[in-house]
Design a protein around this ligand. Structure first.
Ligand SMILES: [Zn+2]
Ligand SMILES: [Zn+2]
Length: 549
């Protein structure tokens, strides 16, 4: 007789644990052989040129859910940051499920689906701010919180076996300036209901105190702009719409007109206006109009605060922007933090600005940026509201998650488990525990093709970047005798190396007058690499082509 399987509630992170970025979390409900799934967030990690040459986007490996896509009820996006929605368009064809989000987030996802040519296949289902949806056994409440973007949501996920609170990214901003404030009452009510698990942002779990408010940044930026004489350029994250509004108001307060430089700035302002925000955003000049104003009448809001080489600021700093020019006496304000990994790129831009006597103001000496993630006091407040039985710290590197779990225990949470991508946890019934591990990892969006990280394309390209590529062509007749002189072609290596390789190849051919073509190719390959190593101290990737007449 078949064993009757019992219903279980499970949690499965496939991205965002052990790394900041690429957030992807799934919840399953039902018996093991027929579990229904929802996906909360589906984000990317940006490739780094040195590590993953030629790869712009890194996505979670979600083949476990793709194999069960008939049982995937939907993707729910908590908010519109790329590390939460950036993988929806590239991964959707493998899932083909509905997508749910609040209006501003839905508008930005729809833009991405359009760029990917998917609009005719899937429409984003808009959920009102503070709204509710039901997907199979899951009842979801969208609870307004604050972050560094419009419409961040905490999801209260109710199931017949209990409630999970999934925070998404958040902070407690007492004055977020735009959009809803944290719905503390709803969070307290949720806590009173009894919550099984709190799945929570760990980004700032090592930072004491509180993250601060956008309102302080508004005050400081406005004062700072008032002290400046020449042209002013402010750079920051385009997705922080409240910050864009702040910069626009600071400009207006000091008689400056603004111009938006960089496509993502324009896109964000448009999306915010389309969904009912930024009602009194001042009229925006285009770049050529702004260039005609006297320096003290203009403020540029530009992309590129992380040193992105193709963004507006990099081109302005290099003096190669077609319409925006800064000179001695002008100032660039970095209203942003340095995302780890971007230090060198940002320094390069700041050096170029400094060399031209353009002023640089950053968060190091002026309070012109606040983090969007909860510091320790804010985490403590969230645990006081929700009072979960279990803490599941996500969205962080391991050191952040572990510190977060420790803090949760100090705050009297009975149990804290640090999840890794691919680990499946049973949340109910019974005491929560790790129950299984499923395939997980990273996938590269390499040009237009998805490639598993394990296939090693990026590794090959790194190797080619280090020591070039060597191609050797041989011609043999039907008896395996050499029928023409060999050709040696080296890409990305000094000429003497090529010459040394050619000599080694010729010597090898002399010793292998008649042999099996595969064996000959392997002997030549080894001899060529050895010769390169001797002449150069490096072994290039080497390919031998044998043509048989
Ligand atoms: Zn975020
Ligand atoms: Zn995030």
């Amino acid at each position: 007789m078949a064993r009757i399987q019992q219903d279980e509630l499970v949690f499965l992170p496939l991205g965002g644990s052990g790394e900041i970025g690429m957030n992807f979390n799934a919840y399953g409900y039902g018996p093991e052989n027929d579990r229904q799934w929802i996906i909360v967030d589906c984000g990317v990690l940006f490739g780094r040129e040195g590590n993953t040459p030629g790869v712009d986007l890194i996505l979670p490996d979600i083949r476990y859910l793709m194999e069960r896509r008939e049982n995937v009820l939907g993707i729910i996006a908590t908010h519109a940051h790329e590390d939460h929605i950036g993988a929806i368009a590239p991964l959707w064809p493998g899932l083909r499920c509905p997508i749910y989000a609040t209006p501003f987030t839905a508008r930005l996802i729809a833009g991405k689906l359009e760029e990917a040519g998917l609009t005719s296949r899937v429409k984003v289902q808009e959920v009102p701010v503070g709204g509710q949806i039901t997907l199979g056994p899951f009842d979801l409440d969208f609870i307004s919180i604050t972050h560094s973007i419009l419409e961040p949501n905490l999801l209260a996920i109710r199931t017949p076996l209990g409630v999970v609170a999934h925070t998404g990214d958040w902070k407690i901003d007492p004055d977020p300036l735009l959009g809803e404030a944290t719905d503390a009452q709803a969070l307290e009510r949720l806590g009173n209901e009894g919550v099984l698990a709190l799945v929570c942002d760990s980004t700032n779990a090592l930072v004491p105190g509180s993250s601060g408010s956008e309102a302080e940044v508004r005050k400081n930026l406005t004062e700072l702009v008032g002290t400046l004489k020449g042209r002013v350029a402010v750079t920051g994250f385009a997705s922080n719409v409240a910050r864009l509004d702040t910069v626009a108001r600071a400009a207006k307060a000091h008689g400056r007109r603004i111009a938006l430089v960089g496509r993502s700035m324009q896109k964000m302002v448009e999306a915010a206006k389309d969904t009912g925000y930024l009602k009194d955003f001042p009229p925006v000049l285009d770049e050529t109009e702004a260039a005609e104003l006297p320096p003290h009448k203009v403020l540029y809001l530009c992309t590129g605060s992380q040193g992105e080489p193709r963004a507006a600021l990099a081109r302005i700093a290099a003096g190669s922007h077609p319409n925006v020019e800064l000179d001695e006496g002008d100032t660039v304000i970095f209203s942003s933090r340095v995302i780890p990994g971007n230090e060198l790129a940002i320094a390069e831009i700041q050096n170029k600005l400094a060399a031209r006597n353009i002023g640089i103001l950053t968060v190091d000496e002026h309070h012109v940026h606040v983090s969007g993630h909860p510091c320790r006091d804010e985490l403590a407040q969230m645990y006081r509201w929700i009072r979960p039985k279990l803490a599941l710290p996500v969205h962080g590197e391991m050191r952040h998650q572990v510190a977060h779990a420790k803090l949760a225990r100090e705050l009297q949470v009975p149990q804290a488990l640090v999840p890794e991508n691919g680990q499946m946890f049973r949340l109910a019934p019974g005491r929560p525990a790790l129950m299984d591990e499923v395939p997980a990892g990273r996938v590269h969006l390499d040009g237009r093709v998805l490639v598993a990280e394990g296939e090693g394309l990026a590794k090959d390209r790194r190797a080619m970047g280090f020591a070039g590529l060597l191609v050797i062509a041989l011609v043999v007749d039907h008896k395996g005798r050499i029928a023409a002189p060999p050709t040696v072609l080296g890409e990305g290596m000094p000429e003497p190396v090529e010459e040394a390789v050619l000599k080694a190849v010729e010597d090898t051919l002399d010793k292998n007058k008649r042999s099996d073509p595969d064996e000959l190719a392997e002997n030549v390959r080894r001899a060529a690499r050895r010769a390169a190593q001797e002449a150069w101290g490096k072994k290039p990737i080497t390919r031998v082509l044998v043509t048989e007449l």
